[in-house]
Design a protein around this ligand. Structure first.
Ligand code: LMR
Length: 421
């Protein structure tokens, strides 16, 4: 034993640090994440008046992160009753059950007939990623159609799952609204049976959603073409203030008999950002198929993280499983959405008051957590350098970071960098 230790030591010293350090010589630093990199830069800035409207994370009117009262109460109830056992590979059945009701409706026949394969996921990102891997495994030749623009991480997710990406038109830069005609053309021109990624509500980054009538047309055309719709629903409740209304796009597709997929997240609407709690669901033809699909989803989770964390799931199931706590949650979601709507009006008014030659109507027309301002990357760079205002270079303003205290400063800065445009 002593001899072996001595030999090993000698091998390490005789090879020296050269061979050890050479393992990763070829590794270049990864590019900064376009969203989370903004937070890093914001934190590193010592300026006292700095403003972070980068990441989509809700703040109160004092710019402070919020823990909802329903969450605090759920934690109080959980405390003492929590054991640290593993959840099943598919996560908390109770949490998943309650979560499906939010997307598919309390009285959904699909739920009653056990036609939905669903697992707890590591928030929306985890749900999208498991789905992308599932798509690759069981429809290996398929591609995914992604809207332009979209949440930057969508591209990373399907790239890492090795699913080829195509894009479809979504946003119209001139009108700062939906490019519905081009979207429909792309849906029609895609090969039959294509996979499409759709934002269920409060589109990120544009804040532009199709109307109910437009969703109906999209659903109809998907039916004609036999396309598969995968809904990413990261902002349920943030579009209208009412989670039920925000599920309308999904319900329209379900009424038309689509077998959809859906990613849900509690990061925003319950403020459970760091708890990483969400759900992936796939509507199947019957219960037997749902059992098979769920087993495969679990199979994908097992080598990746084995089973999901318990705490966030317990918070969610405690809130949604109790009628009073659920009511409190609904009230609090509406409160968050309303504060953002108020800030949209205030930001627009403040910019207009300064005599901006540009139209800022889109600030109040767009919905959800984000305003897609139309500012160029260079204008955003000026906001950061000259005014210590941090946001993504695509011009997206996280309205959740706008407060009564910083809205005037933000408006002045935006006016300053855009007035000569
Ligand atoms: C965002 O778009 O800012 C959020 O979804 C946070 C994230 O993970 O990018």
């Amino acid at each position: 034993m002593a001899l072996r230790t001595a030999i090993t030591k000698r091998m390490i010293t005789s090879h020296g640090s050269r061979s050890i350090s050479s393992w990763w010589k070829h590794v270049e630093p990864a590019p900064k994440d376009p969203i989370l990199g903004v937070t890093e830069a914001f934190l590193a800035d010592p300026h006292p008046d700095k403003v972070n409207v980068g990441v989509g994370a809700y703040r109160d009117d004092n710019g402070k992160p919020v823990v909802l009262d329903c969450v605090r109460e759920a934690e109080r109830r959980i405390a003492g009753n929590l054991n640290m056992e593993y959840l099943p590979m598919g996560g908390s059945n109770k949490m998943v059950e309650e979560t499906l009701k939010l997307a598919y409706g309390d009285d959904s026949d699909l739920i009653k007939d056990k036609r939905i394969a669903a697992i707890q996921a590591l928030s929306g990102t985890g749900a999208c990623r498991i789905f992308a891997d599932f798509q690759k495994r069981f429809s290996p030749d398929s591609q995914i159609y992604i809207p332009v623009p979209t949440w930057s991480n969508h591209h990373n997710i399907w790239r890492d799952a090795n699913v080829p990406q195509r894009t479809f038109h979504y946003y119209h830069p001139e009108s700062k609204g939906l490019d519905f005609a081009s979207l429909m053309d792309d849906v029609k021109n895609a090969p039959n049976g294509s996979f499409f990624l759709l934002h269920a509500c409060a589109h990120n980054p544009t804040g532009v959603d199709p109307t109910v009538e437009q969703w109906k047309e999209i659903s109809y055309q998907f039916k004609v073409k036999g396309h598969f719709a995968f809904f990413d629903m990261a902002y349920q409740g943030f579009a209208s203030g009412d989670p039920e209304r925000d599920a309308k796009s999904i319900r329209i597709f379900l009424e038309d008999g689509h077998l959809i997929g859906c990613s849900q997240s509690y990061a925003k609407n319950m403020g459970l950002y760091g708890q990483r709690v969400g759900c992936l669901s796939l509507v199947c033809e019957d219960e037997k198929q749902a059992v098979a699909v769920k087993s495969q989803l679990q199979q994908l989770a097992r080598p990746m993280y084995s089973n999901p964390p318990v705490h966030g799931a317990l918070i969610v199931s405690t809130i949604l499983g109790d009628p009073d706590l659920k009511q409190l949650w609904l009230k609090e979601v509406k409160g968050m959405a309303d504060r953002i709507i108020g800030m949209r009006t205030s930001l627009r008014e403040n910019i207009e008051k300064l005599g901006s030659p540009l139209s800022w109507e889109h600030i109040t027309n767009q919905i959800g957590m984000f305003c897609y301002s139309g500012m160029t990357p260079e204008q955003v760079d000026r906001l950061t350098k000259e005014f210590h205002i941090y946001m993504t270079r695509n011009g997206r303003i996280s309205m959740a970071g706008v407060t009564s205290g910083n809205v005037e400063y933000l408006a002045k800065a935006i006016h300053e960098v855009t007035k000569a445009a």
